[in-house]
Design a protein around this ligand. Structure first.
Ligand code: NAD
Length: 491
């Protein structure tokens, strides 16, 4: 169908959007989604690009061409169907690349139960997961350092935390939600997750009308899976958000019904949360609801809240009428099993109607949030308090290594501790502690003051002389007098 020719000439105030129909069931669910939103009066002009499997297999390891990037960056709004990442190494996830290149820092995933029309163990659930989308372990900085040890850097930044936490509170305020919960593991990761939690507490104070709370992720996740009605908006760092947003969508009854928005300062991408389901492709059976939910978020984002509301209420009515695709069809609950196209027609037939039992939506003022840009704070006073020298050594005990690495001491920087995988093994280690070939030797000023970069260079020169295999160093800083590095476990 030529959507542009059919609709664009008639309607003013068009927003041009980029559309990728993707792979597997992608084209079918995208066609159904576009048909529904255009029938509802969406004021959009579609510019289609090709991404995904064919592009990957043509030898482009990122799955997208330079020309397609130009289109996405020009239009700024991107509606994307799922794509198939070919099996085997070397292919980069297009989703991760898109999020990072376009600075899509916020991933928003509403998860709402549709009881009794969609079977769920949690009839009362209406949770929105706000996931930080760019940082954390997803920076993808990994290294093998010794025969036995690899590492992945977990990077958390203050701008990253401020942007996502502020987004969560602004979203809650706009959507008239009552509470924002933060999940972290800052009892263990005091610097990284500690910063996320600290920023959450700082920003929460600016929103006194919204309740705020923090849960340690493990018990918080257990509580969410057990009693989701206790939560409203939940904000969390990238990895936890990745895992828990799928859990939250699944326990509403089906991942096939959830959409998500990836929001940046300039661009935004909208999609279903499920994949390309290749085995269902071309059979007119796939459920277009997840992508439709993504498209509804897109319409709100571009200020077409009237259309978003009309589509969502018609969709809720269709679900309530028991008109279901195979994936959510249940004997005794559903009335008719429909194919993709027929489901789209059923939603279109319900445009202008509201659900009777399910709560109809009222999007009011739901367009894109206008967040203040991050303002860099004045630099803190930064002092070098010591250095951690990571050593590849195949010996057995911290005691023995200390006799070697004490020889690296300088006048001001002296060996104070050795850990193995973070556990203190010298001084006074336990012989029971299992040790790998990756050791951290901490050098500090014995008088408690700072050291200099000259000490660092001297330590490394001494290591060269003593044949100590240094695989990495980390400077130990204090900012405004507050030490900003972890202690050894057991220290
Ligand atoms: P999947 O989500 O495609 O499928 C999981 C299960 O859910 C399958 O049984 C499938 O039939 C069913 N299903 C999914 N969406 C459905 C829908 N709309 N209607 C009816 N049934 C539906 O996950 P997978 O099988 O692990 O992945 C398949 C491919 O999708 C892989 O190549 C993967 O890399 C890719 N993928 C892409 C995205 C994306 O582009 N955003 C996300 C996840 C997976």
């Amino acid at each position: 169908m030529n959507y542009n020719a059919q609709y664009c000439t008639k309607i003013m105030n068009m927003t041009k959007i980029t559309v990728a129909k993707g792979d597997g069931i992608g084209p079918e669910i995208m066609d159904a989604t576009l048909e529904i939103i255009l029938a509802a009066g969406a004021r959009i002009e579609v510019e289609e690009i090709k991404v995904g499997e064919k592009v990957y297999l043509s030898g482009n390891t990122s799955g997208i061409s330079a020309e397609s990037w130009d289109v996405i960056r020009r239009n700024k709004i991107f509606l994307k169907a799922p794509i198939t990442t070919p099996q085997g190494g070397g292919y980069k996830s297009l989703n991760v690349t898109t999020r990072k290149f376009l600075g899509l820092y916020a991933n928003i995933r509403p998860c709402r139960s549709l009881h009794p029309y969609i079977k769920t163990k949690h009839p009362i659930m209406d949770v929105v997961i706000v996931r930080e989308n760019e940082e954390d372990l997803y920076a993808g900085i990994e290294h093998q350092q010794t025969d036995e040890v690899v590492q992945c850097l977990k990077l958390i930044s203050r701008p990253g935390c401020e942007k996502i936490v502020r987004y969560a509170f602004e979203y809650a305020r706009q959507q008239k939600r009552k509470k924002v919960t933060c999940f972290t593991k800052d009892n263990i990761m005091k610097q990284t997750d500690g910063l996320f939690h600290k920023v959450f507490d700082e920003i929460a104070k600016e929103y006194p009308e919204i309740e705020n709370e923090h849960w340690i992720i493990d018990i918080g996740a257990a509580k969410m899976a057990d009693t989701p009605e206790a939560f409203d908006v939940i904000v969390m760092p990238n990895l936890y958000g990745d895992v828990l947003s799928d859990v939250a969508a699944q326990i509403t009854g089906s991942v096939g019904l959830a959409g998500s928005a990836n929001i940046g300062e300039e661009c935004a991408m909208f999609e279903a949360i499920h994949g390309s389901a290749p085995r269902r492709a071309g059979q007119n059976v796939a459920n277009p609801s997840g992508l439709l939910q993504g498209a509804i978020m897109m319409l709100n984002h571009i200020g077409q809240t009237d259309v978003a509301e009309k589509v969502q209420n018609a969709w809720l009515k269709t679900i309530e009428d028991g008109l279901h695709t195979y994936d959510v069809y249940k004997e005794g609950i559903s009335k008719v099993k429909l194919g993709t196209k027929e489901f789209a027609q059923a939603v279109i037939a319900n445009l202008g109607q509201k659900p009777q039992q399910l709560q109809p939506v009222d999007y009011g003022n739901s367009q894109a949030l206008n967040l203040p840009t991050y303002k860099r704070k004045p630099a803190a006073k930064k002092e070098l308090m010591g250095i951690d020298v990571f050593v590849h050594w195949r010996g057995e005990s911290g005691e023995e290594l200390s006799t070697i690495t004490k020889k690296l001491n300088t006048h001001q920087a002296q060996l104070t501790m050795i850990t193995n995988r973070g556990i203190k093994v010298w001084p006074e280690g336990f012989k029971e502690t299992f040790c790998t070939d990756h050791w951290r030797c901490r050098y500090k000023n014995p008088k408690g003051g700072s050291i200099t970069k000259d000490d660092v260079i001297e330590i490394l020169q001494n290591a060269l002389r003593e044949n100590v295999d240094v695989v990495k160093t980390e400077n130990l800083y204090a900012f405004d007098g507050v030490p900003a590095f972890s202690l050894g476990q057991g220290q």
